[in-house]
Write a protein that binds this ligand. Structure first.
Ligand code: SF4
Length: 333
């Protein structure tokens, strides 16, 4: 894999400075790490992120992307900066998974080094944080654009870490590659941005013509995963997506996920230029919708997390149900 086919890849210099200021550390041509808010929170003695439901320990999480600024949609709610050249880029080679992962872990350690010796940071937690255990492939960009994603997941798992992948579902072929032996991520998320093609187009502003059809195809591919904890995530936006639970249920039935997260849009970052603050729903606005959705599917309204404005719905016949339920009830607040 030393010399990879040239495709799109190189981060413009001006962007690099901006990203660095925002706390990103770029490795190679198209990958980056950023310390997650919840990683800092746990190190300072605070709360874990709600993905503790699935066993994630935030202080041991590496939040990264192998497709920095490469995406085939321009979602209105996205908190990232939308660049031009988001699909094609400016030429170069795709980096190898080993180089990306080693580089990101190195940068993460560097970024965390400031916590060493801080009297409020527990030494055991700090030492654990220096040895990441979870890789959240979800920081920025659409990770399925990276052509060696299956090898990346295999590498992560071969090192005894868990792989947590979030995709917009527009790349069913790449997703299919992940159904291979050892390439299934520990957690697989597909995001839904609206219950029908019209809402999807309005909210995602796709840069490819068939994003909806590809998303539906990805929902079918999700069924093929045997080991992953499969989650469909709904982005809840007041005035846009909190409606038509039956329509969502129809789509979700295609994927047969273990869990559904109804996650409130957060009015942060660049999205503030595109959205009004009122578009951000409270948990109390999300819950009634989530309960209706659970009823429509025959799933169970399992837990919620107020700070992250998320409701968790579970498939009671999922093999992961008991473990997640136990953890979720411990984490809910
Ligand atoms: S799973 Fe996501 S939110 Fe939780 S610590 Fe990792 S990057 Fe942060």
């Amino acid at each position: 894999m030393g010399s990879m086919p040239a495709e799109s890849v190189e981060i413009a210099k001006a962007e690099l400075t901006k990203l660095r200021r925002a706390g990103y550390r770029v490795v190679g041509g198209h990958s980056a790490v950023k310390i997650c808010h919840w990683t800092r929170s746990v190190l300072r003695g605070g709360k874990n992120c709600y993905k503790g439901w699935y066993g994630i320990k935030s202080h041991r999480c590496l939040q990264m992307t192998p497709a920095l600024q490469y995406c085939n949609m321009m979602c209105i709610f996205c908190w990232r900066h939308h660049t031009i050249n988001r699909i094609t880029g400016v030429g170069g080679e795709w980096d190898r998974p080993e180089d990306i992962l080693d580089g990101l872990i190195r940068e993460q350690r560097q970024l965390l080094s400031g916590f060493k010796g801080n009297p409020i940071v527990d030494k055991r937690l700090f030492d654990e944080a220096m040895e990441p255990k979870h890789v959240a492939i979800s920081l920025d960009g659409e990770p399925t654009i990276y052509p060696y994603l299956a090898d990346m997941v295999k590498l992560i798992k071969s090192r005894g870490m868990t792989a947590f992948l979030v995709t917009n579902g527009t790349n069913p072929e790449r997703l299919m590659e992940l159904t291979e032996e050892d390439a299934e991520p520990t957690n697989l998320y597909i995001s839904l941005y609206g219950p029908d093609p019209e809402a999807h187009k309005r909210i995602c502003r796709p840069l490819i013509p068939d994003s909806w059809e590809r998303l539906v195809e990805s929902l079918k591919v999700m069924r093929e995963f045997q080991k992953s904890v499969k989650v469909v995530r709904l982005i809840m936006i007041n005035g846009y997506t909190i409606r038509d639970p039956e329509k969502y249920a129809e789509l979700i039935r295609i994927a047969e996920p273990d869990f559904i997260e109804c996650k409130g849009y957060m009015h942060v970052g660049e999205s503030q230029k595109r959205m009004k603050r009122e578009a951000m729903p409270s948990l109390d606005e999300i819950r009634p919708f989530a309960i209706k959705l659970a009823e429509a599917l025959g799933y169970e309204y399992l837990a919620e997390d107020r700070p992250s404005r998320v409701s968790l719905i579970a498939n009671p016949s999922s093999p992961h149900y008991d473990v997640v339920k136990m953890k979720a009830l411990g984490f809910s607040q």
